[in-house]
Design a protein around this ligand. Sequence first.
Ligand code: PMP
Length: 322
Amino acid sequence: MSQHPRIWFNGELVAYEDATIHVLSHVIHYGSSVFEGIRAYETDRGPAIFRLEEHMSRLIDSAKIHRMDVGYTVDELCDAVVETVGESGLEACYIRPISFRGHGPMGVNPLKNPVHTAIAVWEWGQYLGAEAIERGVEVQVSSWNRPAPNTLPAMAKAGGNYLGGSLIKMEAVLNGFSEGIALSVDGLLSEGSGENLFVIRDGEIATPPQTLSILPGITRDSVIQIARDRGYTVTERSLPREALYLADELFFTGTAAEVTPIRTVDHYEIGSGSRGPITEELQTAYFQSLRDTANPKGWLTFVNDHAGPSGDGAAGQPAVTS
Ligand code: PMP
């Protein structure tokens, strides 16, 4: 028996060992996948999936950009995620839906290759380390830029884009940092290898806009909403590299990284060199929203509302976010 939760593969839950593909699949050679990263959190009402519908809509958007027909609606994909999490028995997990080009004609043109979809779940702790959430991380500005707008579409969360992300991450880790911040092709602040970036100075919260080759992060959107609800001004605008060094506070956002303070960049100390007060306030409010069973913004999908303890009843039921 597998210790791993089962994987949803093209419409059915299969054993972990059986979710395999051919080595000549298009995705292996050309990076032709689109995917998501989602978290389910443990709550008093059982596992709650954070902003499920927004994540699955972004998957469909990513697929559309790459002319990929996933063959499932957003609702069907949401149901499949709920079923997979429900069947896993996990109270909290990371969720990885992925659609990719499979085995078919070899060559760059993917239009005749079949598209497959899989959803896997696993336990995953703090991405940048447990300490990072409180103490913050040390980062560098990467020597690698984000792709120019008319090269690889940054709005698509596509597998191939992460070759650039891996270069940023490897360089940072080998240099002794937790993460790298990439600049846009014009030298303006863009984002981390798997996180969006926020810069705070004199009480103003700023974050790079979509035109600077960022992935439109769902955590970024959540934090913007939370900050505005609390009366802060949040501006999406271009920022030069040195805005990092002069910031009072900096933090990353992402499904995996959640809200992670940055305490140094290129060995410059940011603010007082530890988590700043606005970062802490927004981080606390964000963490509350992940487990708030009153679900004021409708951000949570409660798995147990859709699947019984045995997992019965998950299939075919609408995964409404309430
Ligand atoms: N940018 C990149 C390149 C990412 O991979 C991620 C993680 N998906 C993010 C930003 C943050 O996005 P989200 O908050 O939706 O996880």
